[in-house]
Design a binder for this molecule. Structure first.
Ligand code: BES
Ligand code: ZN
Ligand code: ZN
Length: 458
């Protein structure tokens, strides 16, 4: 992390953050040489632009930085990887940048996945006086970057066991209880669907579980799809479709990121994190199209396509979570290509039985620049996932409404009485933007955290 929470040293280079309006106001009152230099560079306070100011000895004396607004989560993100390496501090010249936004945007902009390539230069450091906002910003950034790291790590080094290890480390850091049910023990524990999907892999499938918080508080259950690699199974994916499938544990990575923040910020919740973790692999004992799989909830699933594996493992985790009657259950999953066709990579799809709740979350996401978009649990389409030979089938009958079909499938394992949110996300940036480099991405964590803090006040 490159935000340094300490009183800035006098020698740190000042950064003047401005938006266009602030800069326009300010410019006429600047020293003539400064005004001229900034005009020469064409600096006008536009977001994600900056200008370096030399002193009369040719040393760096200040940075002017354009930001969208004072609370924007990516306000300073364009800077840490392009400024000359060294310490910086903020010096207000009209726009007072929010502490939390400063810390968050800096650390998100400094992020690079360099576990396998150490050649890149370091990021610049922002010295920021410790405050509640600055501390929170750095904490949130650390969780989001942790999620990115998990998604970016190749499947070879992020199998079900390594994912479990990441959860175990989080549990240890926050005094939570950790448990996992591995391999054939899944059958004894009544989690047959997770076993069926994961049994062909050389690395054993499992249900990873973390429990934290006092039982005086309302129970929140988070569920994350942890498919550490999705080959498609016997219904094997084509090369293009398989290329990014190390990220098919992106739901788990995001659920763990959110769980980490809930624990670090000590939200008044009793948290249960559930991650069904498998590799969807091919071998002689792989589950097959046409198989009928028993589930924890008792429903029998006909397998229409082994590549629709996410909903099959999630149904056991959701059923298990629901048994504990949480006040709220949220699942996050890289569940369907169809959700991406509908909304593209930047907008996770939100499914929810309550329209008012969905609208609240969509509004929050827009306000926080951590968006998600509501798609319907359209009941009439349920007919499309009904099976002739089993209770339900894991594929729709045609090519349409794939994300809705998957969500309706999950809904069958969540009692109507239970408040439930399903987030179908991409967990990836194909194209980098300031603060959001190409590669693994955390999505909807900040929005859900803000929602939980309001919904379950201290
Ligand atoms: N992991 C994929 C979904 C996915 C693909 C998410 C690409 C993000 C990007 C999932 O397991 C899958 O393969 N779903 C199939 C379902 C189909 C076989 C009914 C899909 O979406 O094509
Ligand atoms: Zn799949
Ligand atoms: Zn998948």
């Amino acid at each position: 992390m490159t935000v340094d929470l300490k009183r800035p040293a006098a020698g740190a280079t000042p950064i003047h953050a401005v938006d266009r309006a602030t800069f326009k106001n300010l410019a006429p009152r600047l020293p003539a040489a400064t005004r001229q230099w900034l005009a020469t560079l064409g600096f006008d306070g536009a977001p994600d632009t900056h200008a370096l100011l030399p002193d009369d000895k040719g040393r760096l004396s200040a940075v002017w930085a354009g930001v969208r607004d004072a609370v924007h989560p990516y306000a300073l993100s364009a800077l840490p990887r392009v400024l000359p390496v060294g310490p910086y501090r903020l010096e207000d010249v009209g726009l007072v940048l929010d502490d939390q936004a400063a810390a968050l945007s800096w650390d998100l902009g400094a992020y690079v996945f360099d576990a396998y390539k150490k050649t890149r230069r370091e990021a610049a450091t922002l010295q920021l006086a410790p405050s509640e906002g600055a501390t929170r910003g750095a904490l949130v950034a650390a969780a989001l970057c942790g999620t990115r790291d998990l998604v970016n790590t190749p499947a070879e080094h992020m199998g079900p066991a390594e994912l479990a290890q990441a959860v175990q480390m989080a549990a240890k850091a926050h005094g939570a209880r950790f448990k996992q049910t591995v391999g054939d023990a899944l059958l004894k524990a009544g989690l047959p669907a997770i076993h069926a999907v994961g049994r062909a892999a050389a690395r054993e499938p499992r249900l990873i579980e973390l429990n934290w918080g006092s039982d005086k508080h309302p129970r929140l259950t988070l569920v994350g799809k942890g498919v550490c690699f999705d080959s498609g199974g016997l219904d094997i994916k084509a090369a293009d479709g398989m290329r990014l499938m190390k990220k098919d544990m992106g739901g788990a990575a995001n659920a763990l990121g959110l769980a980490t923040l809930i624990m670090a910020l000590k939200l008044p919740l009793r948290l249960q994190l559930l991650i069904p973790a498998v590799e969807n692999a091919i071998a002689g004992n792989a589950y097959r199209p046409g198989d009928i799989i028993r589930t924890r909830a008792g429903l029998q699933i006909e397998i229409g396509n082994t590549d629709a594996e996410g909903r099959v493992i999630l149904c056991d985790a959701l059923a298990y979570g629901a048994e504990h009657k949480p006040a709220l259950m949220i699942d996050m999953a890289t569940l369907t290509g169809a959700a991406r066709v509908a909304l593209g990579p930047q907008l996770p799809a939100l499914f929810c039985r309550r329209m008012d709740l969905a609208r609240e979350l969509v509004d929050r996401g827009l306000a926080l620049h951590d968006p998600l978009w509501h798609l319907p649990l359209w009941q009439p389409y349920h007919a499309g996932i009904e099976s002739e030979v089993a209770d339900i089938v894991n594929t729709g009958k045609g090519p349409m409404a794939g994300a809705i079909n998957a969500a309706l499938f999950l809904a069958d394992f969540v009692p109507e009485s239970l408040e439930w949110l399903h987030v179908d996300l991409f967990a990836w940036n194909d194209v980098g933007r300031p603060g959001r480099p190409a590669g693994g991405e955390a999505q909807t964590i900040r929005t859900l955290l803000a929602f939980l803090e309001d919904r379950f006040p201290r």
